[in-house]
Write a protein that binds this ligand. Structure first.
Ligand SMILES: Nc1ncnc2c1ncn2[C@@H]1O[C@H](COP(=O)(O)OP(=O)(O)OP(=O)(O)O)[C@@H](O)[C@H]1O
Length: 409
């Protein structure tokens, strides 16, 4: 059953209950000062984003470079103020709080891990000081309690106590990312946002860091937002996946549902390169380049690369469509999986796509699936199985399930 419904801002609740965080009708527009740049002076980094994150849930965000993944992550973590729209955390509007309130209430509840731990850590501070920094800033605990908490956090992320007095430059890339994770967890947050947390790391330590994040998520009951180009990694890490294209959310659905039941042609193309027994179709190659974010196409912004596009697609934005049980209107009912998309001509989930040419690479990295191919080996190596990640899986074609391995990066 498919119901087409109007899209009230923020209606995309993950569950029937109040989510931990809700992004409602958020737009982010960067105004360009230089008149030499093409376009009409605005970069539409995020357009009408609606997303809910439930406590303990992991939401993966995928899409090509420049589609707005990091912007959405920054909006979620309060680092980017929306040009329009609202972000509610535990039902309170983030940008209606005073700066002090936002730092005190929200800042303690949300941690962020960035792509490159080398630039995210203060090079002059010791590891112990870096991890203790959020506690110092928020005035949490006595100095003895902070020291104990630092030791506890170092053990939690698998750092030996011997590196407490070292500086970041003396640590490996994997260890530095462990420090960044420990710092992000220092105030015991409810939500952790990880923006490409392994893409700057050596292939040999990526799986270890992903394992650590999965382990922490389970142990601490964290909600997590996981941003990556690597679809298989996102699939393994996430409960729900959001696909983004040119600043808009194209589709969101349970992680175990979307690879074989993608309705939006863009999602279908992204997931067409992942291995599936249920979907023995050829990988889809998208023609053309992503249009400029300064002048996105009218209507459905994917239409210029879509094999199903018609005049209708240029004339109007497709309505939000919710599929199956998720279309229920009663918000007090039992939580149900969400599957929603915006497309005038959705793919039928069980039918093979009528799109085109086979891919030249079997990489599932969204860079290479569409525009670049140089990252193929790295992204394959980063792809974990749905149940586990381990160092041995790094070179395996199809990683197998097994227990979590905690190794020193
Ligand atoms: N401060 C800024 N000023 C102007 N444009 C910006 C700024 N930050 C981001 N953008 C633009 O906004 C759009 C979305 O960028 P964003 O970094 O969110 O994409 P992304 O999907 O995370 O890309 P990547 O995967 O390459 O990191 C891009 O067109 C980018 O160039």
């Amino acid at each position: 059953m498919t119901d087409v419904v109007a899209a009230p801002p923020g209606a995309a609740a993950a569950t029937g209950s109040e989510p931990l965080l809700r992004v409602q009708g958020v737009h982010v527009v960067h105004r360009i000062r230089s008149r030499k740049l093409i376009g009409h002076g605005n970069v539409y980094a995020l357009t009408d984003a609606n997303l809910s994150i439930a406590a303990g849930e992991t939401v993966g965000i995928v899409g090509e470079s420049g589609c707005g993944k990091s912007t959405l992550a920054k909006v979620i973590v309060g680092l980017q103020r929306p040009t329009e729209g609202a972000v509610n955390f535990r039902g309170t509007s983030l940008w209606e709080m005073s700066q002090k309130q936002r730092a005190r209430q929200f800042g303690r509840e949300v941690g962020m891990i960035f792509q490159d731990p080398s630039t995210a850590l203060n090079r002059r501070l010791s590891i112990a000081k870096i991890i203790a920094d959020p506690m110092d800033v928020h005035g949490v605990g006595s100095s003895r309690q902070r020291r104990e908490r630092v030791q506890e956090l170092m053990a939690l992320v698998g750092l030996p106590t011997s590196v407490a007095d070292a500086v970041p430059g003396q640590l490996s890339g994997g260890q530095r990312q462990r420090v960044a994770i420990a710092r992000a967890l220092a105030l015991d947050p409810a939500l952790l946002v990880a923006d490409e947390p392994t893409s700057a790391l050596d292939v040999s330590v990526r799986a270890q860091i992903l394992n650590l994040l999965m382990d922490l998520k389970d142990r601490l009951g964290l909600a997590m937002v996981f941003v990556s180009h690597d679809i298989q990694t996102v699939q393994a890490m996430s409960d729900r996946i959001v696909t983004m294209y040119l600043g808009r959310i194209a589709e969101q659905a349970p992680a175990n549902d979307i690879p074989d039941r993608a309705y939006h042609p863009y999602s279908r193309a992204l997931f067409s390169a992942t291995p599936s027994l249920l979907r023995p179709t050829e990988p889809i190659v998208l023609s053309g380049a992503v249009p400029s974010a300064t002048n996105p196409p009218s209507g459905c912004n994917f239409r210029t690369r879509c094999w199903k596009a018609t005049d209708e697609c240029a004339n109007a934005l497709p309505p939000l469509t919710r599929v199956g049980a998720a279309a229920q209107a009663d918000e007090t009912a039992e939580p149900l999986p969400l599957h929603e998309y915006r497309c005038w001509h959705p793919e039928l989930p069980d039918a093979p796509s009528d799109a085109a040419e086979p891919l030249k690479t079997d990489s599932t990295d969204t860079h290479s699936a569409n525009t670049h191919s140089a990252d193929t080996h790295a992204s394959d190596a980063q792809s974990p199985s749905a149940e586990s990640l381990n160092a041995e899986s790094l070179n395996a074609e199809s990683p197998k399930a097994g227990s979590l391995k905690k190794e020193q990066a």
